[in-house]
Design a binder for this molecule. Structure first.
Ligand code: HEM
Length: 439
């Protein structure tokens, strides 16, 4: 590690050493640092390593986009690695580049459009459960519902017909532990290992099948090849599939959880969403990429939800080369902390930042689309691969369910944040569904 020399230009920061992790204390620590020192702050960790908090929108963009090759993933990712192996989210350098090139084609818009039917099915099956709950005058644990919805959808998108025949054949969904356990503990790691065996058995069954006409993520991952024509090894394939399951459900589930909370709280947003849904999604048989592209209010509502509650609220990088950000020199080995949660609530970028207002993302927005102080999906070459998929999934879900149910909150209290690897609500959000016909 290069230690900064006398001439190194370091951002301001406190003299005392500070611990930074991925935990609630870190949010408070970073907020205090920002208040005291501004949008680029340098601190020393107890082990002597330099750590910067970068909350300047231009520098965040520079770091993630143009300077991205000077950084690798930073602290906190070791924990994720225990769960995901060396899949796309945690891999770096040549391994990441090869996997990204192999996987990216699976996420073209054309491919994602072929999954809209599954999105509709999964939303409709929720509607059936909610209807029973509404008729019985009961409430819904919307947090659990959103986890179940997003997990079922991603598993169906990955395994296609094998979801019913192989995954569910044992009765209970063997991946249900992912949506039920909120603790990222050793037990989960062991359960993930067990589920790798299950995935491997599906892969083997497919390899033995005479015809290969499946259209799903598993088929695309199994046939992906690199520049030399080689495919993924079994280990690599399993790492990438487990990564896809975890990356593909928890973030969308969290966003929908917050979206329902905000819709229940803001009647004007609910009515704008409902009008749009009736106009564009009144007939589920006619929902397609064009009607979803026209659902601009739904898009704005989701973007505003992601501004206030970005599931990936904190991420980190480690400099593998020297760099310069703003007027300062980044020494090799420096850890960088970036927080969409804090940047999205910084007054100079978003006036009255705590106020929910989907119009911020409308045509009168002061920010051009490609230039917003906003990065819930990260930016640059490592930007989320599932962004388009997740917007379609969330728009279909909200568009169909809002037409059937008016949702009311059981409590007026602001939900407490659970700041783990993903931003969740500490306790479940409970909503009461009312059938619209009864309005
Ligand atoms: C609201 C929903 C989502 C949000 C907010 C989100 C956010 C993110 C963020 C911030 C990253 C980058 C993390 C980092 O660089 O440290 C990321 C990466 C990734 N996401 Fe998402 N994500 C969402 C949904 C999805 C879905 C639905 C999928 C798959 C179907 C997915 C697949 C991935 C993958 C594969 C990566 C790794 C990309 C790479 O490193 O090359 N995400 N996501």
């Amino acid at each position: 590690m290069n230690l900064p020399t006398q001439e190194t230009r370091l951002p301001p920061g406190p003299d005392e050493a500070l611990t930074l992790g991925v935990d609630p204390e870190t949010l408070a620590t970073l907020q205090k640092l920002q208040t005291a020192y501004g949008n680029i702050v340098s601190v020393r960790k107890p082990n002597g390593r330099l750590a910067w908090f970068v909350n300047d929108a231009n520098e965040v963009r520079r770091l993630l986009v143009r300077h991205h090759s000077r950084y690798k993933k930073g602290p906190g990712f070791e924990r994720v690695k225990m769960l995901l192996g060396n899949g796309l989210i945690v891999s770096d350098g040549a391994t990441w580049r090869r996997s990204r090139r192999m996987i990216q084609p699976a996420f073209t818009r054309q491919n994602v459009h072929r999954l809209i039917g599954l999105m509709i099915d999964c939303a409709n099956s929720r509607a059936a459960t909610w209807e029973e709950v509404a008729r019985a005058g009961e409430t819904l644990d919307i947090t659990q519902e959103m986890s179940d919805f997003a997990l079922e959808l991603i598993l169906r998108c990955i395994f296609g017909a094998d979801y019913e025949s192989h995954i569910l054949s044992a009765g209970e969904n063997p991946f249900a532990f992912l949506s039920k356990d909120s603790e990222r503990n050793l037990r989960i790691v062991l359960q993930v290992r067990e589920s790798r065996n299950l995935i491997m058995s599906v892969i083997n069954a497919r390899r033995q099948r005479a015809t290969q006409d499946d259209f799903d993520f598993l088929a695309m991952y199994m046939s992906a090849t690199d520049k030399t024509g080689a495919g993924f090894s079994d280990e690599e394939l399993l790492d990438e599939l487990v990564t896809l399951i975890v990356a593909g459900y928890e973030t969308s589930a969290g966003t929908l959880n917050w979206a329902w909370f905000l819709i229940a709280r803001h009647l004007e947003a609910e009515s704008a969403l409902l009008d749009e849904a009736r106009r564009l999604m009144g007939d589920p048989g006619k929902i397609d990429q064009d009607s979803l592209a026209e659902a601009v209010y739904g898009q704005q509502l989701l973007e505003e939800t992601l501004r206030l509650y970005p599931p990936v609220w904190l991420f980190s990088r480690r400099a593998i080369k020297e760099d310069a950000l703003a007027d300062y020199d980044v020494a090799e080995g420096t850890d960088i902390y970036l927080s969409p949660y804090i940047l999205h609530r910084t007054e100079e970028y978003w006036p009255d930042p705590d106020r929910f207002d989907p119009a911020r993302f409308g045509p009168d927005s002061p920010h051009k689309k490609g230039d917003r102080p906003y990065f819930p999906f990260s930016l640059g070459p490592r930007r989320c691969l599932g962004e388009y998929f997740s917007f379609l999934e969330m728009k279909v879900h909200l568009g169909l369910l809002i037409q059937r149910f008016h949702m009311t909150l059981e409590s007026d209290q602001e939900p407490e944040l659970d700041l783990g690897i993903n931003l969740r609500t500490k306790n479940s959000i409970i909503l009461r569904p009312h059938l619209r016909e009864q309005d």
